[in-house]
Design a protein around this ligand. Structure first.
Ligand code: LIP
Length: 271
């Protein structure tokens, strides 16, 4: 069943308003007062602001859309929570950047119906850039259409992510970086997957890979890339997973295909 709730770009305006209100918490937080508390291990942080932003989003979304479920990073994913219509939310994607005063973090909201994302919004409060997409209606930043680049992986600008707290992925990450080192013109590591994906969608970089993320990191960004004419899948080409975390590979057709073909011969292809 395709939900008609978000059928036009204008229908996203109430979401934008809610996100901008919540983002004030990030913008107004005096950096010295931001304390990161470790979650799953060294380097995986949550702040009071993550929880506060999430609480505002959950309250305001429930007020405006009482029949839509809510899944978020700091609340986890209960069984069955993906059934029907649901928001998949990362209240602050790029938390470690936020803790350290590095202005590379975003609020990410995906809207899924029957386990398919059909609308997406990522807000970068530092650049005041709102990325949006509705399935079949294209992708936009601040209302202007965006398209992925046509650069191939070889000679293109690569972006990647590698959460150091996943010690089991050490060798696979090194293998991924070797691939980047051998083919890309250069690489960047932002620390916020949702922004990495939006920059792919806007053609500001050409390919992005990260071996282990959570659905709230990429659910919105994946639709934005796809609606910008790109591909966003797991490294092995399978659709990204919403019920659990997994790898992410995104890019325009040329870069995505070249990276995926090269990755086929690596140990991280089916990570
Ligand atoms: C972050 C991701 C990033 C990844 C970090 C972290 P968070 O999400 O956006 O790409 O490399 O390790 O997982 O935890 O800041 O929401």
């Amino acid at each position: 069943m395709f939900d008609t709730r978000f059928e036009t770009l204008e229908s996203l305006e109430p979401l934008k308003k809610i996100v901008r209100e919540a983002a004030r918490i990030m913008l107004d937080a005096p950096v010295k007062a931001i304390e990161g508390h470790e979650k799953s291990g060294w380097g995986d942080f949550v702040t009071d602001q993550d929880v506060e932003v999430q609480e505002v989003l959950q309250r305001e979304l429930a007020n405006s859309y009482p029949d839509i479920g809510f899944i978020a990073e700091e609340a986890g994913m209960a069984d069955g929570s993906l059934d029907g219509a649901v928001f998949i939310v990362d209240p602050i994607d790029g938390t470690l950047n936020f803790v350290r005063g590095r202005k590379a973090s975003a609020i990410s909201i995906a809207y899924a119906v029957d386990r398919e994302v059909v609308a997406a919004l990522v807000y970068d409060p530092w650049m005041d850039e709102t990325y949006t997409a509705i399935k079949g209606l294209g992708a936009y930043v601040n209302g202007s259409p965006i398209r992925v680049s046509s650069w191939p992986f070889t000679g293109g600008l690569a972006t990647y992510g590698s959460a150091i707290y996943y010690k089991d992925l050490r060798e696979k990450n090194h293998e991924m970086l070797d691939l980047v080192w051998d083919h890309a013109v250069d690489f960047r590591r932002s620390g916020a997957a949702s922004l990495d994906l939006c920059h792919i969608a806007a053609g500001r970089s050409d390919v992005y890979c990260e071996l282990r993320l959570q659905p709230w990191d990429y659910a919105a960004g994946a639709l934005i890339v796809q609606e910008a004419g790109g591909f966003c899948t797991q490294v092995n080409g399978q659709p990204v997973k919403l019920h659990e975390g997994g790898s992410v590979l995104a890019g325009g057709a040329a870069a995505w295909r070249e990276f995926a073909d090269l990755a086929r011969h690596t140990s991280f292809y089916n990570v």
